[in-house]
Design a protein around this ligand. Structure first.
Ligand SMILES: Nc1ncnc2c1ncn2[C@@H]1O[C@H](COP(=O)(O)OP(=O)(O)OP(=O)(O)O)[C@@H](O)[C@H]1O
Length: 692
């Protein structure tokens, strides 16, 4: 993955386009005539092992042998037809010549030429059709094949790796599923390049044979071919892009303007926009900002296009026009000298026009899907994602040594642990040490941002400590196999999310081994007080909370907008989609998922530790009471660690309370800490006062 360092001016050129700062790598990666050919071929050679692997993979897809062979046959035929057509044009030229000399027309030959021309046209259309019937199914199969592979690569990434913007960009470019698949584009680009060579060689040799015998033949050949070569050259030049480039803006007004637009566009802000009467304010502010920035405030791609166009409107495009007219001028001069040669001149001109436009087409076609080198580089990127290493390195030791040891919970110890989030300057935790015994109930309290959630993320190895050691069952957490560790615990995050799946699956994913067990899912929901409201939903447990892109509709106004899911699935009780649930209902669902993991598998349960981050924040008092009542029953059997702001229900029963503020400030039971009269006692009294 390339990283752009704007300070590296030797490598990156800076251009200001409107409000945008554009950084382009000075050395171009793709082929530009005049640039190092060795470098270009070097890149192609580097990509060969990846391309070979890709071909092997593609050929392992069912029916792909057949489709690929058919595709190559069609491509070879398509590359020969233009040359055959030019050959017929040459025959026509000969007929005109003979007619002028003998004043007779060879009708049979004329019909022959006409039929030949027509056949070429029809064949071109048929080949085009045949190509589409091969290309589309091939593309669909290859895309499906790689979609599965990509899912496999994405799913294995841990949070710090996934959060890394360089890695996510690498994945985004390698795994882009829009349009054709990378593999298929590369196959097409390679074939297209090979066919271009065949086609150009054939066409030019036929043109050469035909025009060579004519008066000014050599000049016409040179002009005809150089016209297309020149046009190809200038197009390559204008289409070549540096391999690494990036654009950013630091314009405060523009960033604010985009922020205001984002506020209007996103559904998630609409509630506050409406309730806060923000419409008028936003319109005014947006207008003022737009006026002050002026035309510089454009979308990057629009401004870049404009900049690019101005840059390339120059000498080359004028010369291009001149080259286009030269054959005509020469032929006109010839006709002026010898008026009798007019028909021959017209036929020659027609021939030159045909050849050059067909040659130009041949040379442009690889660009429709990007250059060959670019496509091969993409294939390489596609295969290199599997080399991305996770930042949280897996341990080697199995855990636990025997399942029986989990039955009374798992002891946890922090030894001088400090932690800084990736990219953050400030420590979230500093020199934290504590010990939680097996089966104990520990409650972590503290102000906002004091590090409570961070402790839970470290215990579950979502992140690793920057300094210090965490011991699980007296063993360094880093030595344990990650899968085993996570099997042994159940965690409810503060910022839990629900998946775009049915409610049944949302709960069942807490314990995928029991995913098809409807009774267990229902039991988990009951324990979390969610069963009743789920049953009241239109589709019960089959209700979808949100769905990912369902259905398309094409009309002249919306052009492929999505159909609103509820309108397409409002019948029956399967896959009914609802647009929302209350905050408390959402939380009950999240708790159900956690219960599914830890309780439902009963004696088979491998869970010895449960972590809850603010599990009752959105619950009503009754639901909160029931939840903690259920959880307390598991004390002595599972280690329970809670992070919470609500002291009352939990802390009084806790074996250990940690009062946190970057590090552990106070530690003990409720009674001990109340006696101490420190921050815990102050906060307890603050919460209790309204009820006294
Ligand atoms: N992903 C992150 N990247 C960078 N900093 C983070 C990240 N998550 C949390 N922090 C910072 O780490 C510190 C501790 O955050 P943490 O979420 O652990 O606090 P908390 O005690 O759980 O807070 P709250 O009571 O508000 O939930 C805070 O200063 C927070 O801003």
């Amino acid at each position: 993955m390339q990283v752009i360092d704007p300070r590296d001016t030797r490598r990156f050129k800076h251009t200001r386009i409107g409000v945008w700062d554009v950084y382009e790598e000075r050395r171009a990666k793709y082929y530009i005539p005049g640039s190092s050919i060795r470098e270009t071929y070097g890149k192609i050679i580097e990509s060969i092992p990846y391309v070979v692997q890709m071909l092997r993979d593609v050929l392992s897809i069912r029916r792909s042998w057949l489709l690929l062979s058919a595709f190559f046959v069609v491509e070879v035929l398509s590359s020969l037809v233009p040359a055959i057509s030019i050959w017929y044009s040459g025959q026509l030229l000969r007929l005109v010549e003979t007619a002028m000399e003998t004043r007779t027309v060879n009708t049979t030959a004329l019909i022959h030429v006409a039929v030949g021309h027509l056949t070429c046209q029809v064949t071109t259309r048929l080949l085009h059709y045949a190509r589409n019937t091969i290309v589309i199914p091939m593309n669909i199969s290859i895309k499906r094949f790689y979609a599965e592979r990509v899912l496999h690569e994405v799913v294995r990434l841990d949070l710090p790796t996934y959060e890394d913007s360089n890695i996510s960009r690498q994945f985004a470019s390698a795994l882009s599923s829009s349009g054709s698949s990378i593999a298929w584009k590369a196959i097409q680009a390679s074939t297209s390049s090979a066919m271009t060579v065949i086609s150009v060689v054939f066409q030019l040799s036929i043109l050469f044979t035909i025009l060579w015998e004519q008066q000014d033949g050599f000049l016409l050949i040179v002009l005809g071919s150089s016209r297309s070569i020149f046009q190809w050259y200038s197009t390559q030049k204008s289409m070549a892009r540096p391999s690494v480039w990036g654009a950013n803006t630091t314009n405060k007004d523009y960033i604010r303007m985009r922020g205001l637009k984002g506020l209007c566009d996103a559904l998630s802000h609409r509630k506050e926009l409406v309730a806060g009467n923000l419409g008028e304010y936003i319109t005014e502010q947006y207008h003022e900002l737009a006026q002050s920035i002026g035309d510089d405030a454009g979308d990057f791609f629009d401004l870049h296009k404009l900049h690019f166009m101005k840059k390339h409107l120059g000498f080359m495009s004028i010369l291009n026009g001149v080259m286009h007219e030269l054959p005509q001028i020469i032929l006109i001069l010839r006709v002026i000298q010898k008026p009798m040669t007019l028909p021959l001149a017209l036929a020659s001109l027609y021939l030159i026009d045909r050849t050059s436009s067909s040659l130009i087409f041949e040379n442009f076609s690889p660009y429709q899907s990007g250059t060959l080198v670019a496509q091969l580089a993409d294939v390489r990127a596609l295969y290199e994602v599997k080399n991305v290493q996770n930042k949280v390195v897996d341990g080697r030791e199995s855990f636990p040594e025997n399942m029986q040891s989990l039955k009374s919970g798992i002891p946890v110890e922090f030894r001088n642990v400090s932690f800084r989030y990736p990219g953050a300057e400030k420590y979230a935790l500093r020199d934290v040490s504590f010990k939680i015994g097996a089966g104990q109930l520990c409650v972590i309290v503290g102000t906002n941002g004091s590090g409570k959630s961070t402790i839970l993320k470290l215990v579950s190895r979502i992140y690793d400590p920057t300094e210090g050691t965490i011991l699980i069952d007296d063993r360094d957490i880093k030595t344990l196999k990650l899968a085993d560790l996570r099997n042994a615990m159940s965690i409810l995050f503060q910022d839990y999310t629900h998946f775009p799946l049915s409610i049944h699956e949302n709960i069942a994913l807490g314990n995928p081994t029991l995913a098809n067990d409807g009774d267990k899912v229902r039991e988990a929901a009951r324990l979390a007080s969610a069963e009743e409201f789920i049953d009241d939903l239109p589709g019960g447990f089959n209700t979808y909370i949100k769905r990912v892109d369902e259905g398309h509709i094409m009309d002249p106004i919306t052009h492929g907008d999505f159909i609103d899911p509820p309108s397409t699935h409002s019948t029956g009780d399967h896959h009914v989609t609802i647009s929302g649930l209350s905050g408390g209902q959402m939380q009950r669902l999240a708790v159900s998922r956690t219960f599914m993991r830890s309780f439902i598998s009963g004696s088979d349960s491998s869970v010895g530790m449960m972590l809850f981050d603010e599990p009752s924040a959105a619950l009503d008092p009754k639901a909160e009471y029931d939840l903690f009542d259920t959880l307390r029953e598991w004390r002595g059997e599972k280690t329970l660690i809670f992070s919470t702001h609500r002291f009352g229900n939990l802390t009084r029963h806790a074996d250990l309370i940690l009062y946190l503020d970057e590090s552990v400030q106070e530690e003990g039971t409720h009674d001990e800490l109340m006696m101490k009269g420190g921050s815990y006692a102050t906060n307890w009294n603050l919460q209790a006062r309204p009820y006294m």
